[in-house]
Ligand binder design. Structure first.
Ligand code: ADP
Ligand code: MG
Length: 693
């Protein structure tokens, strides 16, 4: 039996037919282990049995007594009400259920019951409970499920009641929890002081008397920790296996003297920051080694990731390979090209900008290898683009690309080194798991002399003040961004919009040149507007959040974010990063409409207090919780059901080091077949970890 438990379908449990099985599958429960791992999301302490004479209206109370009266009443509105009264020797209590006349059978006069529910005073002699949970006390039973204990509360779906669900879980846990096989090597259990698996499952579903309900509700009981460890251990084992496979595959060993690199550094009008140097060292080490680089560079907007990438590309070229940089938009690719091609030319190197509709001579140069450096958009991964010898692929703003697109670029070469860059900081705690199959460098320092953006909060009715701020900047020859949450006003929102906003500003500032940018415009029109803003042909750009990531407009020194209370923290920070990119002090004005909630208040407050992307990311994570925060970024990774990587950070670290250690010692988990199977089940549909043969 115990061997087959993983595949044991839920239908085998008595009380679960095809209909129930369907309901369970909606909750992701298909097998018995699924059910055992489906933990309550909270616990109710129903241990405190009270005398009826002691219960108080307004409290949730638990009482036990004998039914002395039971009746079904019909109201004028055709409602059926089932009523009972119980007596425990200290007094009488009434209970009512609506449209549940069938309960008459379950609760006949004379039956001993336990009731748990909110007590009401209806003005009659006896106090009353509406639709309490009940449990029949039968002779010789001491295993209560729904009352007189710490009661588990599960997330359920329509079609089944909490009580029915709990009853089934009780059956499953009683029958199978003790039979579940612990796949984790005993030495790991011992050295990490983990509670036994079966006990943990039992205790988390139906905790024994005396357990502290608060610890259970915090998710930090030793039993929770045990299950979190399991999950995180399986997770990290998967990462360790992938990492090992990557290490084993043979890539390019770049060999350079750093001649080009040195020349470029001499041409640059600035010195690299320490963080940039450190990142370059990481990259050089990877590039020299025989296994393919897979490195993520994280760094806040404006920290200077591009120059680091260019220096790496020079090393590739010097070694006789080609290098490509892919950016998410034409504007951005163009910007990289404009910034680079001058210095590259001075080094005698040929760079191409490849966007939609590449020319035949461009493609020929790339195919022959004459072109060493290619900068482009998605156009780079089109079929017609063939490289002679692509050695390094760089992906800018990687979150804008899908996994597939990254893989396609990689396929343009023979196991090229890959560098991806992101300006969306990920809290360190998350980077550990999120990009577990990548190495990570962090540029946590801005070039010297940057003036932090001054952020200010203004209520929307302070119009004169807002106009004055804009006027001051624009009249000094600078430019302004104004960001709105929606394109157009409509009946189902009361939000201000970009279209109407632009019309309003045109009336207030007839002398200014104002542009409009939003997601319903075609790409070409969008890029045209962006370009004329960049070239200073517009004073003001009214837009939605589509303003390109990474675009550098040094003369833009003020940004207004309208309805700032509606934006997420990461988004606010990204938007703010569009200003403060030149020599002049910049401002970000958060225009808010009251009232707004506590979370919005926290977000705005953090924006006022901090310019540090990592700090902001940590706070964002705290407000939203890891599930929300990760969102789609976790594509390709299994879901964590029990563990919370913020709360369980310590467990994660232990699980990681144990997992990586184990894979080192037993790469194929050959000595641990049941563990291997468990890890495969955990990663099923995401990655095939162990190749057979
Ligand atoms: P991001 O990391 O957001 O992509 P960029 O690479 O676009 O940042 O760099 C932002 C600006 O800072 C560019 O104009 C770049 O030339 C400049 N820059 C990069 N590194 C330094 C440095 N060490 N000192 C001064 N300026 C720098
Ligand atoms: Mg950039």
């Amino acid at each position: 039996m115990d061997k087959d438990l993983p595949d044991h379908p839920i239908e085998n449990v008595s009380g679960i037919g095809p209909h129930r099985a369907k309901l369970f599958s909606r909750l992701g429960i298909r097998t018995i282990p699924d059910a055992l791992n489906y933990l309550p999301y909270r616990y109710e302490d129903r241990t405190g049995l009270k005398k009826i004479s002691e219960v108080r209206p307004g409290n949730v109370e638990i009482v036990q007594g004998r039914i002395v009266f039971a009746n079904v009443v019909r109201t004028r509105r055709k409602l059926q009400i089932f009523e009972i009264s119980i007596n425990d020797g200290s007094g009488l209590l009434k209970a009512k259920w609506f449209n549940q006349s069938y309960m008459q059978k379950n609760l006949p006069v004379g039956q001993e019951v336990i009731l748990s529910g909110m007590v009401k005073n209806t003005g009659q002699t006896a106090l009353e409970m509406d639709s309490p949970e009940y449990e029949i006390v039968s002779d010789g039973t001491d295993s209560f499920i729904h009352t007189k204990r710490i009661v588990p509360v599960y997330r359920i779906t329509g079609g089944i009641s909490q009580k029915q669900f709990r009853k089934i879980m009780f059956t499953i846990v009683s029958e199978y929890a003790s039979k579940i096989r612990d796949t984790i090597p005993p030495s790991i259990i011992e050295s990490n002081n983990l509670a036994p698996l079966s006990t943990s499952i039992q205790q988390l579903h139906f905790p024994e008397a005396g357990t502290d309900p608060e610890i259970l509700n915090s998710g930090m009981s030793k039993y929770h920790q045990r299950l979190s460890f399991n999950e995180l251990f399986f997770f990290e084992l998967g990462l360790a296996v992938m990492r090992r496979a990557a290490r084993l595959s043979k890539g390019i060993e770049f060999k350079t003297e750093g001649v080009f690199r040195k020349k470029l550094l001499e041409l640059l009008p600035f010195k690299l920051t320490d963080a940039q140097k450190k990142t370059l060292e990481d990259i050089s080490r990877d590039m020299r080694s025989a296994c393919p680089m897979n490195r993520l560079i994280q760094g806040d907007v404006g920290c200077g990731k591009t120059v680091v990438a260019v220096l790496a590309m020079l090393d590739a070229v010097e070694s006789g390979y080609q290098a490509a940089l892919m950016a998410p938009t034409e504007i951005l690719a163009g910007q990289h090209y404009i910034n680079m091609h001058g210095p590259l030319k001075a080094l005698g190197l040929k760079a191409e900008l490849l966007t939609a509709g590449p020319k035949a001579v461009q493609l020929a140069g790339i195919r022959s290898g004459e072109t060493g450096i290619v900068i482009g958009t998605h156009a780079l991964i089109q079929e017609g683009v063939k490289f002679k010898k692509l050695g390094l692929a760089v992906i800018d703003e990687q979150h804008k690309f899908g996994v597939m697109q990254r893989a396609l670029l990689r396929k343009k070469g023979m196991r090229p080194d890959v560098l991806v860059m992101t300006a969306t900081p990920i809290p360190r705690s998350l980077a550990l798991t999120l990009y577990g199959d990548m190495d990570c460098s962090i540029i946590d320092e801005l070039p010297p002399g940057r003036k932090p953006v001054v952020t200010k909060l203004l209520e929307a009715d302070k119009k004169m003040e807002i106009y004055e701020l804009l006027r001051t900047e624009i009249d000094a020859g600078r430019q302004a961004y104004v960001v709105y949450p929606v394109i157009e006003e409509s009946e189902n929102t009361d939000l201000k919009s970009a279209v109407q906003g632009k019309e309003g500003f045109e009336k207030v500032f007839p002398e200014y040149r104002i542009g409009l940018l939003h997601g319903r415009m075609g790409t070409e029109d969008r890029e045209k507007v962006m370009l004329s803003f960049r070239q200073g042909e517009l004073d003001m750009l009214v837009s939605t959040t589509v303003i390109e990531v990474g675009v550098d407009v040094p003369a833009a020194t003020i940004m207004l974010i309208v309805h700032a209370e509606r934006f997420g923290l990461a988004q606010l920070h990204q938007l703010r990063g569009r200003v403060g990119r030149g020599a002049h002090r910049s401002r970000c004005i958060l225009v808010v409409y009251k009232p707004y909630g506590e979370d919005a208040r926290r977000r705005l407050h953090i924006m006022l207090r901090s310019n540090d992307g990592f700090r902001i990311a940590e706070e964002d994570l705290d407000i939203r919780g890891p599930g929300e925060f990760l969102g789609t970024r976790q594509a390709g990774m299994p879901d964590l059901k029990v563990a919370n990587i913020v709360r369980d950070m310590k467990i994660l670290q232990k699980a990681k080091s144990e997992a990586f250690g184990l894979i080192e010692a037993s790469p194929e988990l050959g000595e641990f077949p049941s563990l291997k199977k468990a890890v495969e089940v955990f990663w099923k549909g995401k990655k095939d970890l162990f190749r057979t043969g």
